[in-house]
Design a protein around this ligand. Sequence first.
Ligand SMILES: [Zn+2]
Ligand SMILES: [Zn+2]
Length: 194
Amino acid sequence: MITLPEHSIVISPVGTSDSELFEPISMGIKRIFGYKTEVIPFFKDVSFALDPKRKQYHSTPILEKLEKAAPVRAIKVIGITSVDLFIPILTHVYGEAQIGGAACIISTHRLAEGLFLAADKDTYYKRVAKEVVHELGHTFKLRHCKDNACIMHYCRSIKDVDRKSKQLCRYCKTLLEDEMKRIAVSSELIADSS
Ligand SMILES: [Zn+2]
Ligand SMILES: [Zn+2]
């Protein structure tokens, strides 16, 4: 993967999130995207996104706020939150991303489903890292993939999350490489013209 050495992918805790997660998340990001990561909290209060009737948080305005808060060196920013997220057409989401944009978010709220956390930390970390890579994949323009082992496969349930691998299929990997090349070239063009 071609990466821009001066850039990083920012992991941003939103509201409350478990700091133990940052290490497995960071490893997942480095493995797939090659970028270094940094943890920067931008805001704690997410009450602006609360839907009082649903008692859940609308992920889209949180994404907008993350995008605005991120420093220029952040090629992407991923929010990590423990609140339950939704978008209006769905009962809940594990995460949301701006396709080809800068920001994405995941919620850990439903990722511990069926686990006894003290004993199943490993499975929990795997789920979280998979969802992080999946949402970041969207910000690199990847769409949902039909291959149910591919990390870009759309998951309706936690079983689907456990079933898919932590890897991109060959097809998605090629698309990601092309997009990373495109980003590197367009940033060189900007550097040349300044
Ligand atoms: Zn998706
Ligand atoms: Zn795929």
